[in-house]
Design a protein around this ligand. Structure first.
Ligand code: ATP
Ligand code: MG
Length: 581
């Protein structure tokens, strides 16, 4: 395939077999959109497009789900179609109403509204009737073998399966046993219902797959009405059909289930407008994990505060971190849809986040590691105000007043006692510009008992109020600062990668082995008073330091207490692109 064709068909430019490779970027149309367009033009659906997003309510949505959401809602919207939110609630032991609520909330936050909200459990009666139909057609049977035996007898890729001794039961006996299974006459694991397909099929999924198993479990919606629960394969495609799904989009690992998906529909005699399954690549991101099982482990083992910890790749985590829904959608649109699994750089996602905040975030000054500055020629006890621009990228954002006084804080690493030649910021005898302030010169330093610098003794030049010296003398650096008396103390969480390895768990390693023990660093920062106006969840740029989100759970009626660093200012994605040529 030529490169242009690959791009057109949506296959990523540098595909790689599996988790091993990293993928750069992609945009435009893709093979799913082409398929849907073609089906809309001359397919069996009369121009109708209907997709579904089918989360299992056993955890919270993560950015991988966001990719699926953007795809399912996106393609339907492009055709004026419908997208159903279907809770795939067929495993009662791990599912819960609280996940349902959280998923609905996260979906809404991402900016999508389902045409309808349904549950696979709504279809339990219909699925049961259909199972009886297959029994009557001689296409399903009750098997008395236990799970282990069934699994052993399934055979392997090179060995055929072994027919169950119960495979040739009469229709009447199967119907009777299935009704007794349904009525709760048997214990868990005593019997299952299986489709009767082919124990020698080259596709293992087709070797008489299980349709129902007995689970004496309370279901959060159907209560104790059922003791048999449908498997994924039996529930999924039939739920799609009941809803009128046209395109059932799922991730690549379901590729081998497609023949079974189609077989059930054929066996039930569904018409030409039956749903079709198409697979696309899962989203993988560097330096994190995107599987509910792994995320749960992070929570359970106490490596993070919870599913909504700002380091988590969950929708809730990203939201707390200050990632805008728009940036997540833009990222998903940009990476596109491919048929080959790969891994995207987390820096790419960050560059979408940064791009958006650069355009909209208010600028504020905060000092993370304060070093005191005393200005000896400032009138005693006087506080002045300086005018600072709120957002140079947005003329409508206006200006704010920043208090200035004779006692300030600057960043400790903006000063060096004995600077090397490339260090242009403050040092003894050196003059720098304070952003939106004056030029100051460091004349002396005070040191503590261990020789550490505890205070800088400076003077300011009142003539430099406009940011320039009237005599034209230059300074080589502009630094940020905060006036001491009016400063707010705020807790600031700085984040490093959650996993040190780009591909945690690659080559069969335990992903948890590369968990970064220092992924969070907490500081108490000094901030200018205008920070008090920032609402919970809002993101500001701390000048020179990055973008910071006020914690979502902070009390809106008090001054902010906690900020999360969303992302730094430097665009590492640009460097990665350069390296990758
Ligand atoms: P996990 O493996 O994390 O438990 P899952 O696939 O079991 O995820 P579901 O709640 O069943 O989670 O997923 C709902 C939908 O989201 C499915 O259609 C699934 O294909 C899709 N999805 C899940 N993870 C990803 C991902 N990383 N990239 C793209 N789509 C995903
Ligand atoms: Mg699943």
């Amino acid at each position: 395939m030529r490169v242009e064709d690959r791009l057109d068909s949506g296959v990523e430019a540098e595909p790689n077999d599996n988790e091993g490779g990293r993928v750069t970027s992609n945009s435009g149309t893709d093979f799913i959109r082409e398929l849907i367009q073609s089906d809309a033009d001359h397919g069996p659906y009369g121009g109708r497009v209907q997709t579904r997003f089918p989360p299992e309510p056993n955890g919270f949505l993560h950015i991988g789900h966001a990719k699926s959401i953007c795809l399912n809602f996106g393609v339907a919207a492009e055709h004026g179609g419908r997208t159903v939110l279907r809770f795939d609630d067929t495993n009662p032991e791990t599912e819960d109403e609280r996940y349902v609520a959280a998923i609905r909330e996260d979906l809404a936050w991402l900016g999508f509204e389902p045409s309808e909200v349904v549950y696979a459990s709504d279809y339990f009666d219909q699925l049961h009737r259909w199972a009886v139909q297959l029994i009557e057609q001689g296409l399903a049977y009750v098997d008395d073998q236990d799970a282990e035996t069934i699994s052993e007898n399934r055979g392997g890729f090179t060995t055929p399966g072994v027919d169950s001794p119960w495979r040739d039961r009469s229709v009447d006996e199967n119907r009777d046993l299935f009704e007794r299974m349904t009525a709760g006459e048997f214990g868990e694991g005593q019997r299952v219902l299986r489709a009767k397909i082919d124990m020698n099929h080259e596709n293992m999924q087709m070797r008489d797959p299980v349709m129902y198993r007995i689970r004496n479990q309370h279901h959060f919606r159907t209560g104790d009405s059922w003791v048999i629960y449908p498997t994924y394969d039996w529930a999924h495609g039939q739920s799609d059909a009941i809803e009128g799904t046209t395109h059932s989009l799922c991730t690549l690992e379901f590729d081998s289930h497609r023949p079974l998906y189609d077989w059930f529909h054929g066996a039930l005699g569904l018409g030409d407008d039956r749903p079709r399954q198409t697979e696309f690549a899962r989203l993988n991101l560097t330096h994190t994990v995107l599987s509910k099982r792994r995320l749960l482990q992070l929570v359970d083992d106490g490596h993070v505060d919870g599913w909504d910890d700002a380091r988590m790749p969950t929708v809730r985590g990203l939201r707390r971190r200050g990632y805008p829904a728009q940036a997540i959608r833009d990222f998903c649109g940009h990476i596109g849809i491919a048929r080959v699994n790969g891994t995207h750089e987390i820096e790419l996602l960050e560059s979408f986040v940064r791009r958006q905040h650069n355009a909209t975030a208010l600028r504020r000054m905060a000092v993370l590691d304060p070093l005191e500055v005393v200005i000896t020629n400032w009138p005693d006890g006087q506080t002045d105000t300086r005018e600072a621009i709120n957002n140079p990228e947005d003329d409508t954002a206006g200006v704010r007043e920043v208090p200035f006084s004779g006692r300030l804080f600057i960043e400790r690493d903006d000063f060096m006692l004995d600077p090397p030649s490339k260090f242009f910021r403050l040092a003894p005898g050196r003059e720098v510009r304070l952003r939106a302030g004056y030029f100051i010169t460091c004349n002396d330093v005070e040191t503590g008992p261990d020789g550490e610098v505890i205070r800088l003794i400076c003077t300011y030049d009142p003539e430099t109020a406009g940011g320039q010296a009237p005599d034209g003398r230059k300074v080589k650096a502009t630094i940020h600062w905060v006036a001491a008396e009016t400063a707010l103390d705020v807790k600031v969480e700085l984040y490093e990668r959650l996993f040190t390895e780009a591909l945690p768990g690659a080559d069969g390693a335990d992903p948890m082995a590369s968990l970064n023990p220092d992924s969070r660093l907490t500081r108490t920062a000094k901030a200018e008073p205008a920070l008090a106006d920032i609402a919970p969840g809002e993101v500001v740029q701390f000048e020179r330091l990055g973008y910071f989100a006020r914690d979502l759970d902070d009390d809106p009626n008090t001054s902010p207490t906690r900020f999360h660093r969303t992302v730094g200012l430097r665009d590492e994605w640009a460097n990665i692109q350069k390296r990758q040529g």
